[in-house]
Ligand binder design. Sequence first.
Ligand SMILES: N[C@@H](CCC(=O)N[C@@H](CS)C(=O)NCC(=O)O)C(=O)O
Length: 216
Amino acid sequence: MTLRLYMHPLASYCWKALVAFYEADVPFEQEIVDLGDPQQRANFLKLTPLGKFPVLVDEDAGKGFPESSIIIEYLAMKYPAAARLIPADRDLALRVRLSDRFYDLYIHEKMQRIVGDRLRPGDRKDPTGVEQARAELDAALTLVDRDMESGGWATGLTFTMADCAAAPALYYANEVAPFGEKHAAAGRYLERLKARPSFARVLAEAQPYFSMFPRS
Ligand SMILES: N[C@@H](CCC(=O)N[C@@H](CS)C(=O)NCC(=O)O)C(=O)O
């Protein structure tokens, strides 16, 4: 079976899917897309009109999906080794999906707005939007601190899809707004994530590309 993941090694939502692949040791092919290359961008848009990665194509099944959470749901549905990423218990699964939404919408998305502003030309910056994103990120991190005070993973003792979502969101959030003492519990959770072999591997693979990240 060939699973092909269209991705870029620096892209945060691709990291989320990659963590899930490495957690479950599911074999797949990486298809690195350079969106700065007009031909590669045009081909990618044929696959996924919104032009966002990751996109997973299951060539044998003749199916393809965008959206990191849906890709992880698909892995959990099809591969026994990935099943634990979405618990069988329906109440627990609901908590995992809620936490996944929290990390995507209230941490990851705020971080992306801050990074996105760095990529804008000098006369098209949005200081008010960035200020708002920073305040919303700070508020969300307070909830992470509260939930992670006693350690563990996003929804308890088992590593799930919520932790796949948390890893890139917190990694890059800490880059754009260092957690420091204010968000110490979030920082300790991030350290646990970085020590997890699946995420450590994603970070190692991204290493050659880190110079492309806009630092300011
Ligand atoms: N909701 C999507 C978000 C995907 C997304 O924002 N991907 C970014 C990379 S991290 C992207 O493709 N950016 C390229 C662009 O916007 O041109 C998911 O969960 O997969």
